[in-house]
Design a protein around this ligand. Sequence first.
Ligand code: HEM
Length: 411
Amino acid sequence: MSLAPTDAPALYDPATYVKGVPYDYYRWLRDNDPVAHLDHPTYSNGYWVVTRHADVQKVSRDASTFRNAPDPFVDDGIMGGGEGAGTSELMISLDAPEHIKLRKIVNKGFTPRRVAELSDRLRARTDAIIDELADRDGCDLVHDLALWLPLHVIADMVGVPEEDRAQVFDWTEKTFGFDASVTPEERGQATMDMFMYADAMCAERETNPSDDLMSVLLHAEVDGEQLTRFQIEVFFMLLQNAGSETTRNLITTGTLALLEHPDQMAIVANDFDTLPTAIEELLRFTTPVVHFTRTANVDTELGGKKISAGERVLMVYAAANRDERAFENPDSIDVLRNPNDHVAFGAGGPHFCLGANLARLEGRIMFEQILSRFEGLRVDGDPADFPRVHSNLIDGFSELPITWDRILPAR
Ligand code: HEM
C-alpha cells in the first residue's frame, strides 16, 4: 500500500468540493485503502470511507447491519452543523419498520403512471422556461434555466398554486440552497415559514381533497394506518430538497459534460432515442449526490476491516461510479454505455431514490429541449473558474454562464 497523499482532502469538509470532487484521491483510496478508517473532528472514533463499487453496494443493501438513523449525512466537522443537523424526522433518516410503512404510503404518489402523466405538463413548462430567454444571447444556466423545472415539478405534484410559487421557491432556496450569503437566522425563518405553509395546505386538503400528492398522502392508508399531518409536512420539506438541488445539478453539470465532449453531444443530438442511456451515463459521470453515510448497528466486517457498532460509514457514490473494477474507462463519457450499473440514485436497498424515474423524465425533456432549441450553445468562460455549491453532500455549480447564437421556437 502506498502512503496516503500528504495533502489528502477532508471528505467531510464542504470546502473540499469548492474546486470540484476529489476524483484523484478517490482513485488512490480505491487502489490502496478501499475501506479506509479516517479521522473526523466530531466523530470520536473517526469514520470509515468506502470507495469501491462492490463495497458501496454491500453497505447500501445490508440495511439491518448499516442503519440510516440517526441521519445519513456526514457531519461537516463543526459540532452540530452540516446537512444532518435536525434531520432525524426525515424519511431518509428512518429505518424499518417506520421507514417501510412511510415508504409504502409515499410510493403511492410516485407510481410510474403518476410520473408519466406529468410528461406533457413538463414539456410545456420547459418550453416556457426557454421561451423566456428567446430575446437574449446568454444567461446563467443554473438560475435562468436549470433550477426552474425541478422546482415547478415538485410544486405541480404537491399542488402548490401558481400564485404561491415565487414565495415557496424563495423559501426552498433559502432553506436548502447552498448560498453562503443566507444567514442561519434567515434559513431558520424560511424553514419555519415553509413548514407553516405546508400545514395550511394540509388543513385545506383535509376539507377539500383534490388529486394532488398532498391529498393522496393525507388519505392513503397502509395496514390500516395513515400518515400524521406532521409526517406529511416533513415529507413536503424533504421533497423540495431531494427533488430540486439534485436534478438541477444533473441538468447543469450534464450540459457542461456534453459541451466539453462534442462527439458525445453529437451522438445524442442526432438521435434522441439515445437519451435514456445518455442520461444514465451523465448520472454516473456527474454523480449529483456525492455520498451518504450509514451507522453500523452491530460489530461487523467489511473488506477485512473490523467496524464497530455505532461507527459511521461513508458510501462514496462518486468514487464507486468511477471504479475501474465496475466500469471500463470510467473517467470517459460514453453516452451509449450499456449496461451501466451506476449508483447515482443509491446503491440499492430500501432508501433507493424515490424520485429516480421523475428525475430521468425531467432530464430527458430538458436535454431534448436544450439540444434542439439552442443553436451554437457554448460555455462563457473557463468552467474551472465557475463557483461550485458549498456543500459536502451535493456537487454542482452555483453559476454557469452560457451563450448561444439563436434560440429556435418550440416545436
Ligand atoms: C438527478 C436527480 C437525483 C439524484 C442524483 C438523487 C439521488 C438520491 C440518492 C443518492 C438517494 C439516497 C439513496 C439511498 O440512500 O439508497 C436519494 C433518496 C431520495 N430521493 Fe433522490 N435523487 C434525485 C432526484 C430526486 C427527485 C426528483 C425526488 C423527488 C421528487 C427525489 C426524492 C428522494 C427521496 C424522497 C429520497 C429518500 C428515499 C428514502 O429514504 O426512502 N430524488 N436520492
